[in-house]
Design a protein around this ligand. Structure first.
Ligand SMILES: [Zn+2]
Length: 156
């Protein structure tokens, strides 16, 4: 929970934020990144931190922090975010890791429009809001942030 200096660790800060929420405060918004493979991290969107507890891990013989997160459409950075974009991000969280890995392999870890490997997002070819599935790789592709934004402006 704390460093030898008495300062809170990152886990300690999360734990306290969850405690504050349980006492009636506003939930802390956290950005979640998922490791889909060694060296490949993808942004999964914003979640609300709603619970925290400590468990004994018999496997590792130490105590581990557990956190409970809630899917939210809220944004940490309120400006420059449009509703459509947030919807996309929230549905991206529903893509199973196995599908993400398949898409990543198929698209060679690059934007399918320009080949950039910077700031990639998993994009629904047929939008989730129009019935597109998250469960099959043929409806998901990799786009860089620039092409992802261009696409959502077309949908609007
Ligand atoms: Zn691109």
């Amino acid at each position: 929970m704390t460093l030898p200096s008495g300062k809170l660790t990152q886990n300690g800060k999360f734990f306290q934020a969850a405690e504050a929420f349980k006492k009636g405060g506003l939930p802390e918004l956290v950005k979640v990144y998922e490791k889909i493979k060694d060296g490949i991290w993808v942004y999964n969107g914003v979640f609300e931190l709603i619970d925290a507890w400590v468990e004994e891990s018999t496997l590792e013989n130490r105590k581990v922090f557990k956190f409970k997160l809630n899917v939210t459409d809220k944004s940490i950075n309120q400006k420059n975010k449009r509703v459509e974009e947030l919807k996309d991000i929230s549905h991206n969280r529903m893509i199973p890791t196995s599908v993400k890995l398949e898409v990543w392999k198929r698209d060679n870890g690059k934007c399918t429009q320009c080949g950039s490997d910077d700031n990639l997002h998993f994009d629904h070819i047929l939008p989730f809001s129009k019935g597109g599935t998250s469960l099959r790789s043929d409806n998901i592709r990799l786009l860089c942030a620039r092409h992802n934004l261009q696409k959502s402006s077309h949908i609007i």
